[in-house]
Every structure is written in C-alpha cells, then in structure tokens.
Ligand binder design. Structure first.
Ligand code: SF4
Length: 191
C-alpha cells in the first residue's frame, strides 16, 4: 500500500491535482508568504498555548502533547499533529490555522485523518477535534462522526488509485483556489 500523509488528505479535498503533482510529478516548491507567515504564527501560538488552560476547548483538564509524529499501520497514514489533548482515555486532535476565515472542508478532513490514526494507535473512538484559529484565538469544535471517517477512508483509497494509475485528476472546483497555488504554472489547461 502506498504510504500517505494526513496533509495529502487535506490537499486532495482542496484540489486533487496538488496531491497528483506532489507524488507523480514532484517539482521544487517555493514557500508562499502565507505558508511562511503561518509558520511564524504557529511558533508564537505554541509558546502561548503552553501557558493556557483547556477551558477554551470545553474541557476541564487533560494532558497536551505538541507536534507529535503519528503513524497508523492499518491505514499506512502518518502525520505530525499540532496538538493532541488526552483526557483520561479520550483523545482530541487540534490543528492550528493561520486564517481569518472559518475552517473549510479540507481542514475538517485533516482532523479526520488524525482521528483515523489515533483510533488505530490507541484503539479508541475519536469523535471530536478542534481547529484553532490563530488570529481570533478561537478553538472551533468539530464532530468527527463514523460517517465522515468512512468518507475519509474512501478518499485515501481514491488518492492511492490516482497515484498508482498516474491519472491527472480534475482541477479544483473553484478557480479562486488557484490564486495562491504553488502549482499554478502546471495547470496550463485551465488558464
Ligand atoms: S492551480 Fe488550481 S487546479 Fe491547479 S493545482 Fe493549483 S489549485 Fe489545483
């Protein structure tokens, strides 16, 4: 089975071609301003988050682990999670986002990817996760249902098929997504 990363799931939902280019036609990428800025902001939030309480997540207590490398043998899926909260056997993935808008569908699939890995590692149910919006200092909660996790599993299969068959997928479903895309020059067929 082709090993995948949680980031692949997120990118595939954003635009399947991004994953295609990463695996089938690897090219050198130049980090965008947004990526660089996001990294600096994440470093800052790490420092602040270490001092914060878990109340903002609606949790009364628990342990926090930052930047944890995770791997699921069952799904052959890996990822480095921004924050994992553990409250006596319940696990909550948290992803930090530097954005002023609400989380999008691809961010939720990133949480679903972490949920699949955590369920495999800890043999438990992971039914909730959070996207932490850095500029607003707000933790938004998402239900990670079995139905959604099933959809994430189907997408992992689709990604593996796409890579194995080396089939160029359809472009992003909105041209707005292409504005900041580092692969814009490779999608000559749509511009
Ligand atoms: S330019 Fe648009 S269609 Fe092409 S990879 Fe980027 S987001 Fe996808």
């Amino acid at each position: 089975m082709i090993q995948l990363r949680v980031g692949d799931l997120k990118q595939f939902v954003y635009c399947p071609r991004v994953v295609f280019y990463n695996y089938v036609m690897p090219v050198e990428k130049v980090p965008t301003f947004k990526m660089e800025h996001g990294k600096i902001a994440e470093d800052k939030i790490d420092r602040l988050e270490h001092r914060r309480k878990l109340k903002k997540y609606g949790l009364s207590g628990g342990e926090r682990e930052f930047h944890l490398n995770l791997y699921s043998p069952k799904y052959e899926l890996s990822g480095k999670i921004d924050l994992l909260i553990n409250t006596v056997g319940s696990y909550y993935p948290v992803d930090f986002k530097y954005t002023t808008s609400q989380p999008h569908k691809n961010h939720i699939y990133q949480l679903l990817g972490y949920a699949l890995i955590l369920e495999d590692i800890y043999k438990c149910k992971v039914n909730r996760g959070f996207v932490y919006i850095i500029p607003k200092e707000d933790a938004i909660s998402f239900d990670l249902t079995d139905d959604l996790k099933g959809k994430a599993e189907i997408l992992l299969d689709e990604i593996r098929d796409m890579i194995a068959l080396q089939q160029m997928p359809a472009p992003a479903n909105s041209r707005n997504k292409c504005d900041d895309c580092e692969y814009r020059n490779f999608c000559g067929d749509i511009f």
